[in-house]
Design a protein. Structure first.
Length: 101
């Protein structure tokens, strides 16, 4: 009797393993880059925005200039998170100037 229960348990677990193994797995997103709210990251973002502005074939939207100036000012004054938010927004506007996702 005990052997029969063990066999049923093992077969049941194996069956579940096989069954779950056949289910489609949701696609995994690529690993996210870990960033921090440091002054060094502020500078890195500012460099990226500046490089994108320099290499752009057309003048950037006015908002990019405002956001990057404000971001730099805030980072310089120790308001790192606010500066990073503005610099990231400026990057997004440079990457997608027409508001496309």
């Amino acid at each position: 009797m005990l052997a029969m229960r063990s066999l049923v348990l093992v077969v049941g677990v194996m069956g579940l393993t096989v069954w779950f193994g056949l289910l489609p797995v949701a696609s995994q997103s690529p690993p996210q880059q870990v960033t921090s709210d440091t002054p060094a990251y502020c500078l890195q973002l500012l460099d990226r925005v500046s490089e994108m502005v320099r290499s752009a074939g057309t003048p950037p939207p006015q908002e990019v200039g405002y956001l990057s100036s404000e971001g730099q000012r805030m980072c310089d004054q120790g308001q790192t998170r606010g500066g990073i938010l503005r610099l990231r927004r400026a990057l997004m506007l440079m990457k997608h100037p027409n508001g496309e996702p």
